[in-house]
Design a binder for this molecule. Structure first.
Ligand code: SF4
Length: 363
């Protein structure tokens, strides 16, 4: 369908040699050898649905604390989940541990896309990225940045997601045999800094000549997407129960929303339904002023908070009483960290806690 054209790859790699982003999980373009597969894998898992800016401090913390895959495999589950808190999509953290343990058990990372794909939490994109970047294998690496660049370069007007096979074939046609990892990272960098979502800076682009989207003046409109369904609004309640200087935390069920994380008790809200408003035990609950507004991938949640002081500690299954003065160390997901701040009177603006200006967190 697409004629193989070596020129875009050559021009792109020459541009990458000069303008590659300096990222802590990378080796500079053209380096001898390939980067540490552990660092490549960790960064790729963290970067799924998350920005480079958000990932940087987490990557630094993880690699300082667990310097290789064996150390991470031996880590305590709670310590890893707490270290991940705030990065969102918590299934990734559970899969991260499962994958580290599988890799440690087999004595190291496999180096083919097929074997990488069989590891927990490693999908088609991630397997291709690791195979190319960490092992120098030719692989067709297509993330959202690449989808945009390739849609524009080839003038692909069919909307996503139907256009994915065409985009993949086009990417395959321009992927070189040599420097596969640099090519993949160059495409990502071009999409992040030059062929940006709203404004393609075509005059600075190494793929300027021959870019059909630019020639047809449709680049900024590509890739086309089918209209999104509106996200439903859900309502729920979290409960802030205090005894002495401690607050009650519960561990969420292993599978499902924010699974396996320590959290405030709540009333069972979910993507498909509002919460039932029922507290975890009878007590003199009072409503806290304000609402926590939080965005999830498929719905928006308005979370009320109720609080109470109890004279005796309730013994709930999978629960603990945590010191309030160390609440920031509890590893709460962002939603519940915001709810705790609201209960503690640390309001962001006019008594309302929102996620504007804060790192969004999705699940
Ligand atoms: Fe994107 Fe413009 Fe480069 Fe085409 S020429 S790939 S539209 S930045």
């Amino acid at each position: 369908m697409f004629e193989t054209d070596p020129m875009p790859a050559a021009r792109l790699l020459a541009w990458y040699d000069v303008f590659a982003r300096d990222l802590p999980w990378r080796t500079p373009p053209g380096s001898q050898g390939t980067p540490d597969p552990y660092r490549v894998w960790l960064s790729e898992i963290m970067l799924q649905q998350t920005t480079v800016a958000a990932v940087r401090p987490y990557f630094a913390h993880f690699t300082a604390r667990w310097s290789d895959v064996g150390a991470l495999a031996a880590a305590d589950d709670d310590a890893v989940m707490a270290a991940w808190a705030g990065l969102g999509y918590y299934a990734r953290a559970r899969n991260l541990l499962a994958c580290a343990r599988a890799v440690a058990a087999r004595g190291g990372f496999p180096d083919t896309e097929e074997e990488l794909r069989a590891l927990p939490g490693v999908g088609a994109y991630t397997a291709a990225a690791i195979a190319a970047i960490a092992f120098g294998r030719r692989a067709v690496v297509v993330d959202a940045n690449v989808e945009r660049v390739v849609s524009r370069l080839f003038g692909i007007e069919e909307p996503l997601p139907k256009s994915r096979p065409v985009i993949r074939a086009a990417t395959d046609a321009i992927t070189p045999d040599a420097r596969a990892g640099d090519f993949a990272q160059a495409m990502m960098d071009l999409g992040a800094g030059v062929c940006t979502p709203k404004t393609p800076y075509c005059l600075e682009c190494p793929l300027h000549a021959g870019c059909r989207g630019r020639e047809q003046s449709i680049a900024a409109d590509l890739p086309r997407k089918l209209p999104k369904k509106p996200r439903p609004d859900r309502r729920g309640t979290a409960f802030f129960a205090v005894h002495g200087g401690d607050v009650l935390l519960v561990r969420r069920a292993g599978r499902g929303m924010l699974g396996g994380m320590w959290a405030l008790p709540d009333d069972g809200w979910a993507a498909g339904c509002d919460g039932d408003g029922m507290p975890p035990f009878p007590a003199d609950w009072t409503a806290v002023d304000g609402i926590v507004e939080h965005g999830f991938t498929h719905f928006a949640l308005s979370l009320s908070v109720q609080e109470t002081q109890v004279a005796t500690r309730q013994n709930l299954p999978d629960a603990q009483w945590w010191p309030i003065d160390r609440i920031a160390d509890a590893g709460l997901p962002t939603l519940f960290a915001k709810a705790a701040r609201l209960a503690l009177g640390q309001k962001d603006n006019h008594g309302q806690q929102g996620n504007q200006g804060q790192q969004a967190e999705f699940e």
